[in-house]
Design a protein around this ligand. Structure first.
Ligand SMILES: NC(=O)CC[C@H](N)C(=O)O
Length: 229
């Protein structure tokens, strides 16, 4: 598998995700600057977390107009896999690659903590090493993770299996107390209709090896390597 990580001014998880990818791929991903207009031939693009353009206007709104995003969109439309983590998820919704919007957290505070997520669909290239219903622990660190989409679109997404992860208890119960940011249906991550684009607020790369305190995130990168090699 060949992978690229897009770097925007203000990205701060680009290196972390590159380390996690390298551990699974046994090769370094390419680091691609946001001003580049050509994307090398890769199987996966990661749009990493951080504070692109200082979160001015809205998180991800300015990065969505970076030159490289035109290429990312064109290649995603042709089936390339795209993974957007946190600010990356925000950039993908702002780019129209994923449905819905990410608004300010319900309590208007930046939240940084570990959360439990229930895996909702394991039949994808991103999650084949998880099982639907598994509960995993990933960290979150965001101010705008409150995902929303119109009710009709939400019902269609649920029917299609486009919900990837929901905030849940350790036992896998999806209840309001487990929801850190007010997102519709406790949604923490979603797929596009073709399942080649995943965006999620939690950070798999931050718990991707035991030295970091947990390795639940590693299976996402291993899944991708298995699917795309
Ligand atoms: N860790 C991140 O990527 C943070 C995303 C964005 N800056 C927010 O606060 O919501």
């Amino acid at each position: 598998m060949k992978a690229a990580v897009i770097v925007f001014p203000g990205s701060n998880c680009d290196r972390d995700v590159a380390v996690a990818l390298e551990a699974s791929m046994r090769a370094k991903p390419l680091m691609v600057w946001h001003r580049d207009t050509e994307l090398p031939k890769v199987d996966l693009v990661v749009v990493p977390g951080g504070f692109s353009y200082g979160d001015y206007l809205r998180c991800g709104a300015m990065a969505a107009h970076s030159p490289i995003m035109r290429e990312v969109k064109a290649r995603a439309d042709a089936g390339m896999r795209v993974l957007g983590i946190c600010n990356g998820f925000q950039i993908l919704t702002e780019s129209g690659l994923l449905p819905g919007v990410l608004m300010r957290n319900k309590d208007l505070k930046f939240i940084c903590k570990d959360v439990h997520l229930r895996v909702e669909n394991d039949r994808t290239d991103f999650c084949r090493y998880y099982r639907s219903g598994d509960v995993v622990r990933f960290p979150i660190a965001h101010a705008e993770g409150n995902w929303f989409v119109e009710p009709k679109a939400y019902r269609e997404m649920e029917d299609n299996g486009q919900i990837a992860f929901r905030y849940a208890t350790l036992e896998g119960k999806v209840d309001p107390e487990s929801n850190p940011n007010g997102s519709l249906g406790n949604v923490a991550g979603i797929y596009n209709e073709k399942f080649n684009v995943l965006g999620l607020m939690p950070h798999p790369e931050r718990l991707a090896e035991d030295l970091l305190g947990g390795s639940d995130g590693r299976l996402m990168f291993d899944s991708l390597v298995e699917a795309l090699s």
